[in-house]
Design a binder for this molecule. Sequence first.
Ligand code: ADP
Length: 299
Amino acid sequence: MVGDGEAGQETVHQQMAREMAEVRLRMGRVRRKWLVLSGKGGVGKSTVAVNLALSLAAMGYEVGLLDVDIHGPSVPKLLGIEDARPTVRDGAIVPMAVAGIRTMSIGFLLQHGDAATIWRGPMKANVIKQFLKDVEWGDLDYLVIDSPPGTGDEPLSVAQLVETAAGSAVSAPRSGGASNGALIVTTPQELAVIDVRKAITFCRSVNLPVLGVIENMSGFVCPHCGARTDVFGRGGAERMAAEMKVPFLGAIPFDPRLVESGDSGQPFTQLHADSEAAKAFARIVRALAPPARPEERKA
Ligand code: ADP
């Protein structure tokens, strides 16, 4: 009978319980999990996830970056490690060390970046779970998770797993800081902002706290004449955040160097630390996570 299992064999329920216990064990060594979500694709979710992770690392935190954006895993490209191949040690996947963070991407499992689109739902959910339980993250202050876009089954799996794992945090982060939850990225356009409402409702339905909303590609300052152009409008996300009673975390301006850095796999916030965009990323992480005390840095 289904579920009873032969003597010595694990039942489906036992397997699920064991796997969730493994997720909790692994995630218990991660003090804070930030899930980076967007209502739709193309708003800069992955770019924001990478640069938030880099900005946290620059503050002295131990940071992991997990890319489970199954339809467009772009972290390997953004960090210039597309040709890297993860290895396994003692039965666990070893994350890549790059630019001061540890990272793992579902993209490393895909041939030519297209295989995931033909995977069926349960297989996708399994791969996502495997990345939370089988990657040897070690002790982390923050795990930034680049989620699939939208509010469908895939971000739902990630959100539920993060919510399950959230109860497993061993202790508060070393210097306080925002708890587990979602950071929602949008552009200022009305259409994108409508999708954010859905994303907030989605987080509430799975009891995932919304840490706040980030407006990306918010205005462009011409490097030649200094004039500001609000390409996609401005302030839409802040108004919506106020209406939905969630924090507005800040605006990242449009900066063509973000595209260049992404295309060439260079860490933007390290290369252009003085840019308005890098300062905006730093302000956001400072608001959510105070700098690690010097004696605690990389302890
Ligand atoms: P998503 O993960 O939401 O699909 P990406 O992070 O892949 O979006 O970004 C989509 C494109 O927009 C990329 O080419 C990226 O370089 C560019 N981009 C993202 N944020 C900015 C920004 N603030 N300024 C300029 N280009 C940006």
